[in-house]
Design a protein around this ligand. Sequence first.
Ligand SMILES: *Cc1c(COP(=O)(O)O)cnc(C)c1O
Length: 371
Amino acid sequence: MHNRESYDAVIEREEMTEMELNQKLMKYIRTVEPYVPGEQPQTKVIKLNTNENPYPPAPGVKQAMKEVDTDKLRLYPDPAAETLVSVLAEAHQVGKDQIFVGVGSDDVLAMCFLTFFNSDKQILFPDITYSFYKVWAELYRIPYECPKLDSDFRIVKEDYDRENGGIIFPNPNAPTAIYEDVSFVEEILAHNRDVIVIVDEAYIDFAGKSAVELIDRYDNLIVVQTFSKSRSMAGMRIGYAISNPALIRYLNDVKYSFNSYTINQLSLVCGVAAVKDRAYFEETTSHIIETREWAKQKLAQLGFEFPDAKANFIFAKHPKYDAGELFEALKKEQIYVRHWNSERISQYLRITVGTREEMEKLFTVLEKICS
Ligand SMILES: *Cc1c(COP(=O)(O)O)cnc(C)c1O
């Protein structure tokens, strides 16, 4: 471009062309309404809005990162992620052929939708749940139906006793934080032996028993877990599925038809180091549970109401204060929580459990507003 005038002229022409093209191309384009992640402010705030872990990853992760041989980055990583799969298999007492790893559980879940929800029948997931399920269903053109949680925000298991093309729900559910025990999950499985049931256990380590123990008895079960919450590694992007070898093989077939090298070399070594440090994991997880139980008492004293939280977050509303206003008031004080302007939950805030100190700052602000 030689001068300003001709540059503007070119830009204007390009914009016009794009508009004309858009109309003609629309029928070829896969359009979708995307998932909206929580804000990731780049300034220092008290961040209680995306359920990250307030503690750093296990010390071994830092060490592993230091020891990485950058010369090796010229090579592709191991497509089977063998080292990571092995430690996970050992940790969960299953075979190596029963683990599938991906780039965060979002990647694993997206692959599961593509692989297992492949009929014309409607898949089922709750009306209030992880909002990504709807996005994947729309993206892949999978029909779906969303049975309503009851008035206490519990999943009604009888709603899943009907013809369907597959089922997915988180346990604990998000954003309600309600955990249902393994017998509840088993009832849903028992009524749906001919379709695949995915249990998204992103928060299971803060809650109770995992449905992994049902895997040998139900060949239609897939359990998905993540390193993003209890392992303090949301930034590394590692998630995994546990199931029987046959379903894991179908999942791998789809993965190898999409992107063979999902887990990069850094994720491999850091993931292995994180799984190996069981003691650190148990310690940080129990800190968060302790802080959560204390925070529940504090919230109740301030008049908040919430379902019994078994995840690393609490889903709370105040009968006297508007959730949108509370959200803004907290944000002004540099405290970020999550709020959705959607039906049934617009008066609720989802508050991630941070460190004790972070939660004390939250309560200092809430006490000023709510007393
Ligand atoms: C956080 C979360 C995930 C995704 O976690 P990844 O960071 O992609 O592993 C999946 N499901 C639920 C319910 C979650 O809350």
